[in-house]
Design a protein around this ligand. Sequence first.
Ligand SMILES: Cc1cc2nc3c(=O)[nH]c(=O)nc-3n(C[C@H](O)[C@H](O)[C@H](O)COP(=O)(O)OP(=O)(O)OC[C@H]3O[C@@H](n4cnc5c(N)ncnc54)[C@H](O)[C@@H]3O)c2cc1C
Length: 435
Amino acid sequence: MIEERFDAIVIGAGMSGNAAAYTLASRGLKVLQLERGEYAGSKNVQGAIMYASMLEKIIPDFREDAPLERHLVEQRFWMMDDSSHTGMHYRSNDFNEEKPNRYTIIRAQFDKWFSSKVKEAGATVLCETTVTELARDTSGKVIGVHTDRRGGAIFADVVVLAEGVNGLLGTRAGLRDMPKPETVALAVKEMHFLPEEVICERFGLTGNEGCVIEAAGTFSQGMTGLAFLYTNKESISLGVGCLVSDYAKTMESPYALLEEFKNHPSVRPLLAGSEVKEYAAHLIPEGGYKAIPQLFGDGWVVVGDAAQLNNAVHREGSNLAMTSGRIAAEAIFQVKSRRDPMTAENLSLYKKMLDESFVVKDLKKHKDMPALLHTNSQNFFMTYPQLISAAAQSFVRVDGTPKIDKERATIAQFVKNRSRWGMVSDAVKLAFAWR
Ligand SMILES: Cc1cc2nc3c(=O)[nH]c(=O)nc-3n(C[C@H](O)[C@H](O)[C@H](O)COP(=O)(O)OP(=O)(O)OC[C@H]3O[C@@H](n4cnc5c(N)ncnc54)[C@H](O)[C@@H]3O)c2cc1C
């Protein structure tokens, strides 16, 4: 049994929990971090692109020893039908900068490193320890946690819930609702191993340069979903994620979609000869701004995926997790420095600070976007990719058909599959949601 009392207990050693625990401990607070996994990162799944500027705000010199795979110099967006992809590529040598902006990482290694920094900062980190319940006083204030270790409750002035997307503790304690099937995606991911030089050759990369592909299209069978393919040093991470409510409706299996994506003629050659060594499945919060729950209360705050802070439109999550963890810790530090109690009123500072950050501003900007893509998924993920592919093929195929006839045929195809009014309405809705 742990008899000590802590300034803060952090539940979870993922991106948000590590950011919170590190920030609190490095400001001199007495911190206990509890993680159910065998080690930090053992339970965590990510693509994974890591956004440097958010980590720099926590550990400015992280590049010196963090396990980074490749820095990204090229981004490809693909819209796919069954046999082709229409793409947009952006590649810039500017990303070969002294302090690159985005890196691929492998979470199991990265989280272990982050956790070592949390320990160096002075926090007590206990792995293989599941928090089973929040401890509360008679007024309902959160005053600590119960764990699956022997002994009673462990007490702290404030508890930081960084327990990830499932967030069972918070939902069981009535702090927020369970995420709804239409606000979470289920993603499956594989790691394909290849020699470093093969990856460089296939993707046109030099040294530690990296390339990512993000794709939408017919492989998701009309469901709202995306596929990704990220280059690591000696492996390729790839996966597919779709909304849980869509899987329930269509009875499609995520594994079948991943197979479809892997076997697509545009993807198969990139993976040829690889050895699959890892396989994982995980949820991703996709409800956007409207799904953000209550973020603070008497004796507690919630950060990262547990707070649904994930920008599905821009495919960002770890940076929102790190930033919300850091900001929550900074708010707690301010309350503590004033010697004020950790009441809901005082901890509302966290929400105020988060509202001012890119995290909430970005989610608010696209607040209608997730719902729009979900309700029009058949159009956005099936009909339009097929029509765009047909139009692109007609444009590049030279077969003696007069160009004017090709243009008429292309317009007729679009109108046949989606009325003019339907297309205008989709475009207007998209423009409004994106603005
Ligand atoms: C397939 C996939 C690809 C992704 N790709 C990207 C990407 O490329 N870039 C990006 O920025 N984001 C990406 N994300 C999102 C990103 O992974 C998350 O936003 C981020 O991991 C959230 O961090 P977190 O700390 O809030 O939660 P997590 O990283 O999930 O950490 C939660 C931690 O809490 C622990 N825990 C839970 N319950 C308890 C308990 N009761 N007691 C003790 N410990 C507990 C868990 O074991 C875990 O370690 C991806 C997600 C998935 C699933």
